[in-house]
Design a protein around this ligand. Structure first.
Ligand code: NAP
Length: 255
């Protein structure tokens, strides 16, 4: 798999997949890591996902980079979330402020934790285009080195300001919802229609579409199916799509 600034370009999301089911988490996370993924994204907002992820990592913790989040309105609650994360993971490689919640309040203590080595890098996320003005303001402080936004043929708002700004500031880009939360998969084009793309499946085409934008560092598709986790990794190797192939994916996704 190709590697960019955050390592192998296909990671794993954990929203609404295994919840608190540690056994299922073990199967899915194991499949992704064995296939070559490294970054696993979670959040205190995802029910029991963080705890299940910790159990799933077990003795293979050193093979993963944990990207999780602080989702708290007060500093006290944020520190509590981080304390639990340290118990689960020992260290957090990518700590993100979830949906910009109280970001100015949380940033100072998170920087101290990063400077003490308990956090690798700080990031910030938002899922809604209506918040991208505030997200840009957060990035312009130059206190974040990662940003997480949605990018798929139906959600391209980040292309306007966030991706150019991230490129200008040297901020790594994590793509959430690369499969449109599954909505883009409801109708799959035929293998004949996919032939000009050189891919074996529609999910692979969608993941490659996002990764063919060189400003993107990683996509984090979520799945509860180990076979899907393995298949998604296939999208992480070149060749990447040219402009014409990207356009074809957009046309197929619009039907
Ligand atoms: N504000 C935030 O910070 C924020 C917001 C949203 C998401 N995120 C992060 O981004 C991650 C990804 O986004 P998402 O989970 O919303 O949506 P997504 O990854 O775009 O789509 C997930 C859906 O795709 C299906 N899928 C995955 N691989 C497949 C394959 N190879 N073949 C067929 N179906 C496949 C999954 O179903 P199966 O289980 O059947 O495979 C699931 O229904 C989240 O899990 C989360 O970690 C962050």
């Amino acid at each position: 798999m190709e590697e960019r600034r955050l390592g192998p370009v296909v990671g794993l999301g954990t929203w609404q997949t295994f919840g608190g089911d540690a056994a299922l988490a073990g199967e899915v996370v194991g499949a992704a890591l064995d296939a070559g993924s490294r970054v696993v994204d979670s959040s205190p907002m995802y029910g029991g996902a963080e705890a299940a992820l910790a159990a799933a990592l077990g003795g293979r913790r050193d093979r993963a980079d944990v990207a999780t989040k602080i989702w708290a309105s007060s500093v006290e609650e944020g520190r509590d979330q981080f304390r639990r994360q340290l118990e689960w993971y020992g260290r957090v490689e990518i700590e993100q402020i979830h949906n910009l919640v109280s970001w100015e309040r949380q940033l100072e203590w998170l920087e101290e934790e990063r400077d003490a080595g308990r956090i690798g890098r700080l990031g910030v996320t938002h899922y809604a285009a209506s918040a991208f003005g505030e997200l840009a303001r957060a990035l312009r402080t130059e206190r974040f080195s990662a940003v997480q936004v949605p990018l798929n043929p139906h959600e391209r708002d980040c292309e306007r300001e966030i991706l150019p700004l991230a490129a200008e500031l040297g901020v790594a880009v994590i793509v959430m919802r690369p499969l449109g939360e599954g909505a883009l998969l409801r109708r799959s084009p035929s293998l004949g229609e996919l032939a000009p793309l050189g891919v074996d499946s529609w999910p692979e085409a969608l993941l490659k579409w996002a990764l063919s934008d060189e400003r993107v560092d990683i996509v984090i598709p979520a799945t509860r199916v180990p076979e899907h986790a393995r298949a998604n990794v296939a999208a992480g190797s070149p060749p990447w799509f040219d402009a014409e192939q990207r356009r074809l994916v957009e046309v197929l996704a619009a039907r």
